[in-house]
Design a protein around this ligand. Structure first.
Ligand code: MIG
Length: 985
């Protein structure tokens, strides 16, 4: 549509609008007067409102609408610096039509001023946001104190919405409505809303492209994504400004980076916080804490952190210890430290209303408490009884609160703090919180509770964090919170509150972790096993399997429940928990690298599949996730599973457990017995790992194992530092990129040096999913004068010398010891293939056992020859053969000829991926001619006919599968696979 057309359409719409029925209580902002332009902003004046559109930068646009004649203070709890640094370029003005257009560079704004309607388009001219013709922006008087503000926008069919932080129910939000009002939501369910946190940021996906909208308003906000009216979305607040940002994509990661540029990112946590956390309400007295710690070590179950819930306190008073149950907390935490445990203690904001209580007295001295309208402290009721509440929106109060921590933490030796009940929760108040007329300082501009409620938890976490920092300025702090607001990621981790021990909550816990992650709050996780009630052994096993790969990994349960430790459910579940947690610790280098990436870019650690494969809906799943960009986790979240279908995203994937390779875009049936967590790894990735430890404080026997899943060009990266101090901010860290090239005969991996941090250790490389045998290994430091270590396979002895290697049947991997990375040189490892099998006749061997070997073997890159392309398979393996890395024209070569040498004809299946359907494979009906010449059977597929015309464009890969009716123990030789022109051409 041309601009002119669009103007006419808008005009048409506006005529219609005048006749539209009035909205319930809503007043339209109407027609704008003259537009004022500033270098980075356009200002529109209305009879009863004011709108500013600002270029925060090239990719971020800010829209402010105040229902008055001047803007209030420009202040945000989420955005550190909203100074518009972009430039608005005016593109078109038609004063007669009341039409203007301007651009930030990446975003173009078209405004129809009479009445006011905005449209935001991306650089390619696609509409991201368009105000709905009938309503646009509006205001509505709520009471004397506040005027609600709202905008209605078009929501075309097929638009998908994600985010809004902590929301239960499906990850995708269209056709639903939500609100933000931090709530103590004990035992919530999939339809409970709001919950504990307010993150009014969401991602919008339109045709595989994403943009973000962030409504930066801490009042009660609400969102309707086509629930009231399928093609309209709207959002607004019950007070304050309509203050929202439009954040350009097009990828979801682009949006997250830009959103976190505005609102901040997690700080790199201490490594111990990435370990396993064991909690309950509550472990006491101290003998019980010691018993728990000892049991972990005795049973060799990894664990880094033990928690003190409220019963550690003296009569539930924050900053105290129960004198009998914990007579000497420092001795206890020291002893735990000697066993490589860190500790976290809970803190509640409700302070006992009692002169003589040290915290009450010192807070009263600085006038720290939230006030009633008459100026007296508001007294509510929480665990200690009658309580007053610190006003964390007052900087002086935050400073006082932070100052309570150094003496407390130094005396007790606790490492981290868990901020609870900070919605704020109140047993005495209406709706479990404080009355709405309570007054807050609001950073020097006093305001009612309504305006500050949603930031209370965030500001408490901020003050607590500051307190821990002051205590140990050189160590990385750890805090955790239940309630928060957008930007709260800067102040630490969070958990998803009081969930329930049932299967639905296991599912929700994964979905909610992802939802928070795509909302900029990535260091999160659930109470594993559930808080309310107790899980069955099976449920606990499944929960710890899944939870062990979530960013924040803690088991927790309520006071009236049975024991909920990894060993509480019998030997089988204990072993499952042990193995799950060991895997987490083995993956620690990968996980830590992801945390560092997240701290730097805002891209979450745990990601919905669509974040890695934008716009891919067939693989959309609420409980499967990507751990980083290379590991696909498919937790089993339902009872009695024995096997399950995994829908692989596009690309090529290895089964983590078996090394079996699969073409993506197809469902794969995997075993899913209780001890099995389906895991897949992207072919072509290098995963940094280590040998298992029981605590991150322990030095692993193998500090660096590189798991290489070779496939063409493979890549991986690793971030290392001391794991606990802030020296990394001064550059004391090391980031390595690994690459590996697999070709016909060799696999070459290069390891850059990392002198700063990994003193002297020689990494172990594990080549996994490799079909071919390895005859020799060459390990050489880069550079002319260094000697190569050339070796032959070792026996069972430990691999100590550079170049020593052998096949490990357990991991089904070739293990290679390389040179230490401290020599300042890149190390090259070359695996040389010793397979003497003739090129043309390569053997596929089926096992003698009941199950055919499921490994699939790699193949040579296609060899071009006259009349077609031949793919020659060289290796023994299994009933599936992937022919990857093809780049051939389907139109020119639509016929596939496979020659097999067997003593009987077998069936053969074909799947393939083409340009037309790059992410999906097809299973054509088998139409082939078989010619048998002695023992050679020839299979002939007309793929074009079989695929009903979808076989066109470039072909990426083809997979041959030999169904189970092939005879056990039989040898099938694939003599050749050739692509040929159509018959008769
Ligand atoms: O009113 O501290 O969500 O994790 O164990 C309950 C006791 C107070 C609520 C938290 C929960 C914690 C519990 N707390």
């Amino acid at each position: 549509m041309s601009n002119g057309d669009r103007i006419h359409r808008l005009v048409g719409i506006s005529l219609f609008l005048i006749a539209a029925p009035a909205m319930a209580g809503w007043e339209h902002i109407g027609a704008a007067g003259e537009t004022g332009y500033e270098p980075a902003a356009a200002v529109f004046r209305f009879a009863n409102a004011l709108v500013r559109v600002e270029a925060v930068n090239e990719h971020v646009l800010r829209v402010r609408m105040t229902p008055g004649s001047t803007f209030g203070r420009d202040f945000s709890w989420a955005v550190a610096d909203a100074t518009p640094r972009g430039k608005l370029k005016r593109e078109a003005v038609d004063e007669g039509e009341g039409y203007e257009a301007f651009s930030t560079g990446a975003l173009t704004v078209r405004v129809h001023t009479r009445p006011f309607r905005m449209e935001v388009l991306d650089a390619e001219g696609r509409t991201l946001v368009r105000d709905e013709a009938a309503r646009g922006m509006g205001r509505r008087r709520v009471n004397e104190e506040c005027i609600a503000v709202r905008v209605w926008q078009e929501m075309p069919d097929g638009v998908r919405i994600y985010g809004l932080g902590e929301k239960a129910g499906p990850l995708e939000h269209s056709e639903r409505a939500f609100s933000m009002w931090n709530t103590d939501a004990w035992g919530y369910g999939p339809t409970t809303d709001p919950l504990y946190k307010s993150i009014p940021f969401f991602l919008v996906e339109r045709e595989g492209r994403y943009h973000g909208i962030f409504l930066d308003n801490p009042w009660r906000t609400s969102f309707d994504f086509g629930k009231e009216d399928r093609n309209v979305m709207s959002f607004g607040a019950e007070g304050g400004e309509l203050n929202y940002y439009v954040i350009a994509g097009p990828g979801p990661k682009d949006v997250l980076q830009r959103y976190t540029d505005l609102t901040g990112r997690i700080e790199l946590p201490p490594k111990w916080a990435l370990g396993y956390h064991q909690c309950r309400y509550s472990y006491y007295p101290e003998a019980r804490v010691r018993e728990i710690a000892k049991t972990f070590r005795a049973k060799n179950i990894p664990c880094d952190v033990i928690y003190f819930d409220i019963d550690y306190m003296d009569a539930y008073r924050s900053f105290t210890w129960h004198p009998e149950w914990f007579p000497d907390p420092k001795k206890l935490t020291d002893d735990l430290k000697a066993m490589n445990f860190h500790t976290v203690a809970i803190i509640d904001p409700g302070i006992k209303h009692e002169p003589g209580d040290a915290v009450y007295d010192s807070g009263t001295k600085i006038d720290a408490w939230l006030k009633r309208p008459d100026g007296e402290p508001y007294v509510g009721r929480v665990w200690p009884g009658d309580c007053v509440f610190p006003d964390f929106t007052n900087p002086a109060v935050r400073d006082w609160w932070a100052g309570l921590f150094p003496p407390f933490l130094q005396a007790c030796g606790v490492d981290g703090i868990w901020n609870d009940m900070n919605e704020p929760a109140n047993f005495a108040g209406p709706n479990k919180t404080l009355p709405l007329d309570v007054r807050f300082d609001n950073e020097g501009e006093p305001a009612p509770h309504r305006a500050c409620h949603n930031v209370y938890g965030q500001q408490m976490a901020r003050a607590t964090l500051e307190g821990i920092r002051r205590t140990r300025p050189d160590r990385r702090p750890f805090t955790m919170t239940r309630a928060t607001y957008a930007g709260g990621q800067r102040y630490g981790a969070a958990w998803t509150g009081d969930n329930i021990s049932n299967w639905e909550h296991l599912q929700l816990s994964i979905t909610m972790t992802m939802g928070l992650g795509v909302s900029g709050m990535p260091f999160v996780g659930p109470d594993i096993g559930g808080f309310a009630h107790g899980p069955t052994p099976e449920l606990f096993a499944r929960w710890i399997q899944a939870g062990s790969l979530l960013p924040y990994c803690r088991t927790h349960t309520a006071c009236y429940n049975p024991d909920q430790e990894p060993w509480s459910y019998g030997a089988e579940v204990e072993e499952i928990a042990r193995q799950s947690l060991r895997r987490r610790y083995e993956l620690m280098p990968y996980l830590y690298t992801l945390f560092e990436e997240c701290a730097r870019t805002g891209v979450p650690i745990v990601r919905p599949i669509w974040m890695e494969f934008p716009g891919e809906h067939p693989w959309f799943e609420d409980t499967a996730f990507m751990l980083g960009s290379d590991i696909l986790v498919w937790p089993i979240v339902w009872p009695d599973a024995r096997e399950g279908h995994v829908s692989l995203p596009p690309g090529v994937w290895f089964d983590w457990h078996t090394g079996e390779i699969h073409g993506g875009g197809q469902p794969v049936l995997v075993p899913a017995g209780l001890d099995h967590l389906p895991l897949f790894v992207r072919a072509g990735s290098i995963i940094p790992m280590q040998s298992a430890v029981e605590s991150t404080m322990e030095t692993p026997v193998e500090p660096l194992i590189l798991d290489v899943w070779p496939f063409g060009e493979s890549k991986g990266s690793l971030y290392e530092d001391d794991g606990q101090s802030i020296a990394y901010r001064r550059g004391e860290f090391c980031r390595s990129e690994f690459t590996c090239q697999a070709d016909e005969h060799t696999i070459t991996i290069s390891l850059p040096a990392c002198p700063q941090t990994v003193g002297g250790t020689a990494p172990l490389i594990r080549f996994r999913g490799l079909g071919r045998p390895v005859a020799s290994v060459v390990v050489t430091p880069e550079g002319p004068e260094t000697a190569a270590h050339i070796s032959e396979p070792a026996g069972d002895e430990p691999l100590t010398e550079p170049g020593a290697f052998r096949f490990d049947p357990v991991s089904r991997a070739w293990l290679v010891r390389v040179l230490p990375r401290t020599r300042g040189q890149t190390v090259l490892v070359r695996l040389v293939d010793g397979d003497g099998v003739a090129r043309e006749a390569v053997t596929l061997r089926f096992d003698e056992t009941e199950q055919p070997i499921r490994h699939h073997r790699s193949v040579l890159p296609p060899v071009y020859s006259e009349g077609g392309v031949e793919v020659v398979v060289r290796h023994a393996g299994n009933p599936q053969l992937l022919l990857p890395r093809l780049r051939l024209s389907a139109e020119a070569l639509p016929m596939l000829r496979v020659r097999l040498a067997t003593d009987h004809a077998t069936t053969l299946g074909v799947q393939f991926a083409t340009e037309q359907e790059p992410t999906r494979s097809d299973q054509p009906a088998m139409r082939f001619a078989i010619t048998a010449d002695g023992k050679v059977h020839e299979y002939f597929f007309d793929l074009q006919a079989a695929s009903e015309g979808r076989w066109s464009g470039t072909v990426y890969w083809v997979m041959l599968s030999f169904p189970d009716n092939s005879r056990q123990g039989e040898t099938i030789r694939v003599e050749s696979v050739a692509f040929e022109p159509a018959a008769g051409m």
